[in-house]
Design a protein around this ligand. Sequence first.
Ligand SMILES: [Mn+2]
Length: 335
Amino acid sequence: MVTTRAMMMTTSPDWARAVAILDGAEHVCLACHIRPDADALGSMVAVASALRDRGQGVVASFGDPFVVPAILTFLPGLELLSPPDRFPARPDVMMSFDASNVDRLGGLARSAGAAAELIVVDHHATNTGFGSVNLVDPAAAATAVLAAELISRLGVPLSREIAVGLYAGLVTDTGSFRFAATTPTVHELAAQLLRAGVDPAAVCRELYDRAPFGYLGMLAAALGRAQLDPAAVGGRGLVWTTVTRADRERAELALDAAESVIDEVRRTDDAEVAVVLKEDDQGVWQVSVRSKDVVDVGEACTELGGGGHARAAGFSHTGRAGEAIAALKGVLDRA
Ligand SMILES: [Mn+2]
């Protein structure tokens, strides 16, 4: 049986064509998805560094808000970033990282539409194949795995700078090598990156083990109002909570500080699905959804206008938090 997902991406990555395009390019314009995570930004700066090491001109950016999340400011190569208003309107060669569809590029989607060549590097099963060349593999644990393959095929040696970006993506998208996507290939790549000079303890301390004191108050407020619905998701259980704008304002925290709350909530033994609704500065709920073993939250979130992976996905909701939870439960119960 042919599934909808398989129909979205039927071609295998055309590495030779990507390498040929990049070999012939004087300048390459790189973009990753808006509100970048470590995989999106780390993969992009790694490839940007590799191209620069070959003497090519690079412009790397992401759509507004053009703010590097606080936990990613340690990444080397961020000096290669330019604000999105400096991104060419009609690039000859453009690349896209960790974006499953062109809308995920936000304000840079227009440049993607006008680019003569668009090389899409991604691992989402829902990728629409919006590039002229698609380096898309849903079996890859991270976009960083594909970025590493590309850098190797370009013949660029792994500098420490390149390796740190790739490692940040790899460690984050595998949940610190805990998720099901943690294959032998993942550990082999990690080994190469460590040999190239990555300090894993330093990277993980930046990514996971630091926060301003005010974070503790925000976390306490969020965990204190967590609710468990054991009957949801066909009796498998759903646990959810919110991080409000007020929670963050009390501690002067940006939205990305709420990113790790889901990792506390999803521990809950009594729930297959965990949800954290984060209220952004515009009052819109950015909803993070995780599952453990059986439920495909990626499909559910796609149905609600978002996207992601089977075990980690998200969507946005304007309105009340309870409405978003009700809508999600409805979709999950039908699945
Ligand atoms: Mn990713």
